[in-house]
Design a protein around this ligand. Sequence first.
Ligand SMILES: Nc1ncnc2c1ncn2[C@@H]1O[C@H](COP(=O)(O)OP(=O)(O)O)[C@@H](O)[C@H]1O
Ligand SMILES: [Mg+2]
Length: 455
Amino acid sequence: MSTVYGRRIKQLSRTIQDNLGDMTKVTEEKLNGLKTIQSFAQQTKVVHEYNQEIKKIFNSSMLEGKLSGIYFSGNGFLGNVTMIGLLVIGTNFIGRGDISIGDLSSFMMYAVYTGSSVFGLGNFYTELMKGIGAAERIFELIELKPKITTSLGEKVKDLTEGDIKFSNIRFNYPSRSDTPVFNNLNLGIKRGEHVCIVGPSGSGKSTISQLLLRFYDPISGGVTVNNHDIKDLNLNFYRSLIGYVQQEPLLFSGTIRENITFGVKDASDEEIAYAAKLSNAYDFIMEFPDGFDTYIGPSSTGSAQLSGGQKQRISLARTLIKHPKILVLDEATSALDSHLEEVVMRNLSQLSREKTGEITILLIAHRLSTIKNSERIIVLNNHGEVVEDGYFSVLYSDPDIGFVFFAAIWGVVVYGPVTSWVQLSHAPAARARALAPSGARLVPVAGGIRITARG
Ligand SMILES: Nc1ncnc2c1ncn2[C@@H]1O[C@H](COP(=O)(O)OP(=O)(O)O)[C@@H](O)[C@H]1O
Ligand SMILES: [Mg+2]
């Protein structure tokens, strides 16, 4: 009986843990998305979903309760019936003179001892099973081996003294093994270069930065920095040299100062102010009564008490104060208006000029104001292929190219000298033709059309 119950209770214990996990997931997600839920007026639906999760836990706990009830009451019932039976039979034996009262008493005593020990053992076994059921989940997690370890590998001194190369990269995300992001990506970024990657949404721009930071390993091919395969490097060391700013800034609850100095041990006020000025955050921070000591809430709950653009600038300052050797900005200034963004971009260009060769900047962007301060532009198409790759200066001075980057799907036409760049929401080929200077030649390229100044 204990074995059957034990096995069942082990399963149940595990189910309860699973259900608890599901409920936590739903709770966290829904609480974080409170404003979205309210704006869609979907509170009832969400509460219903939450209730479903609660019900799942309730049902499994109820089942556990019922099973325990049956098991313990069954055990108790059996024990008591046995005792009564023994007493009746024993009394009969005494009446017939087969045994004495002393014999019965001592027999009963042994029977109680034995019974309760067996019951205790059964109890122990079932409790153990309950524990094992719940612990299985935890052990599964503990035993998970990370594919990418962060603390092993070399710490190479001359790492940032060379170029970054993506060679023959084939990659798909583990969760979507049937949709490749890159089939054969080759990309070289020279040391100290200021590069901008543009392309339609979903073309793999962010994936490039994820691969560079080695959040994922490519299926084949590799990423090298100064000819060192990043797979051989100590990841914590390597990542400490990279400044990575994402589109969605995640700030922590605390003061602005604490947020900016998150990645550095002790930063002076000058350094903090310098980083804030570079990211164009200084002025708005100083407008707060408490300046750098202004308290902000966690951004995960949407209560960071700052605008999207302010959060982005603080998260940029947090990265710049680290003096990264490689700076990766993945649409990191997308929430700023064009003017503010341009100031940040100019600051970065200046930084890259001042520190020639010391900082490599990789921008991922889609706005003109972000793009035009970069030295070199790489355009990806929808299939994760590089369709354009060129230096502004070269393109600008070559009258035959009259440089153009046009991705029809992306909806952006870029041609002629910088001043006549045109941006369209949805640019069909006919529109491109109409916009192109007379005598220009339109050449279809993967993912778009290239317009050259002369036919
Ligand atoms: N974590 C992920 N898991 C599975 N697929 C992903 C993940 N992140 C992105 N993708 C997919 O990979 C492709 C490239 O995405 P991404 O690099 O984010 O594009 P971009 O930054 O150019 O908009 C898209 O098709 C996207 O759906
Ligand atoms: Mg992206």
